[in-house]
Design a protein around this ligand. Sequence first.
Ligand SMILES: NC(=O)c1ccc[n+]([C@@H]2O[C@H](COP(=O)([O-])OP(=O)(O)OC[C@H]3O[C@@H](n4cnc5c(N)ncnc54)[C@H](OP(=O)(O)O)[C@@H]3O)[C@@H](O)[C@H]2O)c1
Length: 326
Amino acid sequence: MTKVVVFDEFGGPEVMHIVEEPVTEPNAGEVRVRIEAFAVNPLDQMMRSGASPAPVPLPRARLGVEGTGIVDALGPQVTGLKIGDPVILTAVPDAVVRGSYAQYTTVPANRVITRPDPLGITEAAAIWVAFSTAYGALVEKARMRPGDHVLITAASGRVGQAAIQIARQIGAVPIAVTRHTAKKDALLAAGAAAAIATDQTDIVEAVHHHTGGAGADIVLDLVMGPGQQDLLAAARPGGTLVAAGFLDPRPVPFPTGAPLTFFSYRSFEHTLDDVVVKRMSAFLNAGVRLGALQPAIDKVFALDDVVEAHRYLEKGLHTGKIVVTV
Ligand SMILES: NC(=O)c1ccc[n+]([C@@H]2O[C@H](COP(=O)([O-])OP(=O)(O)OC[C@H]3O[C@@H](n4cnc5c(N)ncnc54)[C@H](OP(=O)(O)O)[C@@H]3O)[C@@H](O)[C@H]2O)c1
């Protein structure tokens, strides 16, 4: 039997509860993973509360799009993996049936990668979503190169922190944006070459100052909303803006007329593509081994406290990932 977190109706954290189900056998091309830890993401909260854009069939819906564990059983025709291998789940697009909030889950074998040795279990549970999103947006989409000035909004968040580290690993120049002057020092300590606090500083002027008047080569916008107009003005003509997040729900005018390449980014575009996942995995492995990439962990909960983990997420006071150990 396996303990699984499920919910039968949409609502607050308390709709989640733990049930026991038989462990499923992997089909052809699948592996069963004994989950050691999973991370809690804003998407989980959206699915649980009924705010997810994708349909969530009830009852007994599962949750969890990232996690780490040990390969526990192999279906027929699986090659390149063996029982006992430590792995990271790379994408669980059907989290409502295969979600990582459980003691076991069964996923296609091409949806796991080998866990890099130096990563602890909590860090491994928390690395994929933030780092693959930042990598996909900056490297695969925007073609970030050494020397590029990269403007990163919501830089104190999980994807933003990953973006700073990835820019550093490539040799680019990350310029971090926060709304609060009090966060500037932490952003500089986290690797930003410069930090701009919008409560006291004009972002367009500051970016031009930090780029010798040229403007940012790449903008990673994790916020959107009306503030995007300033980001367009802060970018170099001919530069690239990747819109990958939507923390500000206010409408944003479509950026017509800006002399930029504009991408709207969702990480599933890459995390379901085996060729890109191979590149992402190699990049993460190298960065982790060099000590350049390290996810920040805010708080760790036990599986029985998963409701508390979601309550904590909803308070919005976390500064790194929230992880649940199984
Ligand atoms: N495209 C994809 O596939 C993909 C994948 C993962 C996540 N995302 C999205 O990326 C965004 C960032 O995710 P995350 O996990 O990094 O978020 P997060 O950790 O919750 O980010 C928190 C930070 O964002 C800033 N922030 C929050 N609300 C804001 C607002 N209204 N205006 C400006 N800044 C705001 C705050 O920084 P300051 O207080 O310092 O300003 C806050 O510390 C989210 O919208 C998420 O849904 C997209």
